[in-house]
Design a binder for this molecule. Structure first.
Ligand code: C2O
Ligand code: CU
Ligand code: CU
Length: 465
């Protein structure tokens, strides 16, 4: 049936060693971290956002003298940033100028399924549609949007179809702080500076482009002259980021679904898995020139391909006077006692076709099958278990959940703080319990957010009734 686009990709047979890749000597020395351009609000009315997104091919010259063809929203690598306010009425006209179907999924936003870019609602090549929704109170947070085209999402995303979205509150305890955005994506370029298709290993492990970009730039320079609220996005298909800045700690103040109750104790590193977002404040132990690093993370446990190198993501120039953060940021609502428990089991099968490898509850995705049934407005638990040999980030559409507990080797542990999230990493042999409520009826996807796995069918759907 619907998987043809994927089955037809001859590249499933290509081997990594057949690819000649560019190395970093081809990149010009980067300048300052660019700011993400904003999506223009064409409405003059208060509490209304009207914008226009066009998906199209666009050539950019990242490497000197060798233009690269991307597939982008409005021609912007990293996408135009959509800045919204709680209670806004949003209307986004989307035009698909690609030569294949696509959708725009608003990752993490509590909006009706019909407006959320489900794979069922493809916008065909040359067609347009409008996504409309109203943002509820309490939805302030750090979100993103990306393609969710059936079987094609992974490729469309590594060619560039993703962008950031921020929902602001008019009552924001950190409103006085300047903001900086760290939008991480990664990129692979062949010897002609073109983006090559996935290899078989990319489909299995998830594709990690060799060049990690920040706001579309390679190894930029970051300036920090005062205490700054930094929003972090991992928009990579599969790359886990373990951010570390020697001589500087990280204070987490927010997650996917907005601010925490209190700023957290400083930590020396922050794991940001694909699709996760954080709000952080840096707490330096010295001023001057620092380096933002990505520490190695072994997400393919028991495999031999573990990359043990620490890499440099950016240089930071820091001259920040002391600043006292507010002691409390907000209070998070408590969920009611759950009335249902949904079981999700991630597993992996070998010696089968790629499209059969990554399973949810023993099956791969079928658009015509309802996997779970949920109840609108009811508090429900999800118990996600990973029976495979690699980490998989679990993501549920349409709502924010609270992680209740992790279970590993018979031991249970709680997360270090309460937070609203829509994506949580699940390690091999680990189970994670999350709790949430869906406020709209209809179909919601849940899946592994390694986009290769999602495109191969490591996804299910729950019908909220
Ligand atoms: Cu980031 Cu199904 O989505
Ligand atoms: Cu999503
Ligand atoms: Cu996965």
């Amino acid at each position: 049936g619907m998987n043809n686009s994927l089955y037809n990709q001859k590249t499933l047979l290509m081997r990594p060693e057949e690819q000649k890749l560019l190395d970093e000597t081809h990149f010009p020395v980067a300048g300052l971290l660019p700011m993400m351009p904003l999506l223009k609000n064409e409405s003059k009315r208060a509490q209304q956002f009207v914008g226009r997104l066009v998906a199209k091919k666009q050539t950019l010259e990242l490497v000197k003298g060798m233009p690269t063809e991307f597939w982008l929203y409005n021609g912007i690598l990293g996408g135009p940033q959509i800045v919204l306010y709680e209670e806004d009425e949003v209307s986004i006209l989307f035009v698909n100028e690609l030569d294949q179907p696509t959708t725009v999924h608003f990752h993490g936003l509590p909006i009706p399924p019909s407006q959320d870019g489900n794979p069922h609602d493809a916008v065909l090549s040359g067609k347009a549609r409008t996504y409309t929704f109203k943002l509820p109170k309490g939805s302030a947070g750090t979100y993103w949007y990306h393609t969710h085209a059936h079987g094609l999402s992974a490729e469309q995303a590594f060619r560039g179809l993703a962008g950031t979205c921020i929902v602001k509150s008019r009552n924001d305890p950190l409103a006085a702080l300047p903001e900086q955005h760290w939008v991480f994506s990664d990129l692979r370029l062949d010897a002609h500076a073109q983006i090559p298709e996935n290899t078989q290993m990319d489909w299995i492990n998830g594709r990690e482009g060799e060049f990690v970009l920040m706001n579309g730039a390679y190894k930029p320079q970051i300036e920090l002259k005062e205490t700054t609220r930094i929003r972090v996005w991992n928009m990579c298909n599969a790359r886990y980021l373990r951010l570390h800045i020697p001589d500087c700690d990280i204070i987490v103040v927010g997650t996917d679904g907005g601010l925490l109750e209190q700023p957290q104790a400083p930590v020396s590193e922050l794991l940001v898995v694909p699709a996760e977002r954080y709000e952080i404040i840096l707490k330096p132990r010295k001023q001057g020139r620092l380096v933002l690093q990505n520490l190695p993370y072994d997400r393919k446990k028991m495999m031999t391909t573990f990359d043990t190198k620490t890499s440099e993501l950016a240089s930071i120039h820091l001259a920040m006077p002391e600043f006292n953060l507010p002691k409390t940021l907000r209070s998070l609502p408590r969920f009611a006692t759950p009335t249902a428990e949904h079981i999700v089991n991630f597993s992996e099968e070998h010696n089968v076709a790629l499209e059969q490898m990554f399973k949810v509850n023993g099956q791969t995705f079928d658009m015509n099958r309802i996997d779970l049934i949920g109840q609108v407005h009811a508090t429900e638990d999800w118990l996600i278990t990973n029976a495979s040999h690699m980490d998989h980030p679990f993501h549920l559409h349409g709502t924010q959940f609270e992680v209740i507990e992790f279970m590993e080797f018979g031991e249970s542990s709680q997360p270090p703080y309460r937070a609203l999230k829509d994506t949580v990493n699940v390690k091999p042999l680990q189970s994670v319990r999350v709790r949430c409520k869906q406020d709209f009826k209809g179909l919601r996807m849940f899946h592994c957010h390694i986009l290769e796995h999602e495109a191969l069918g490591m996804m299910g759907q729950i019908d909220i009734r």
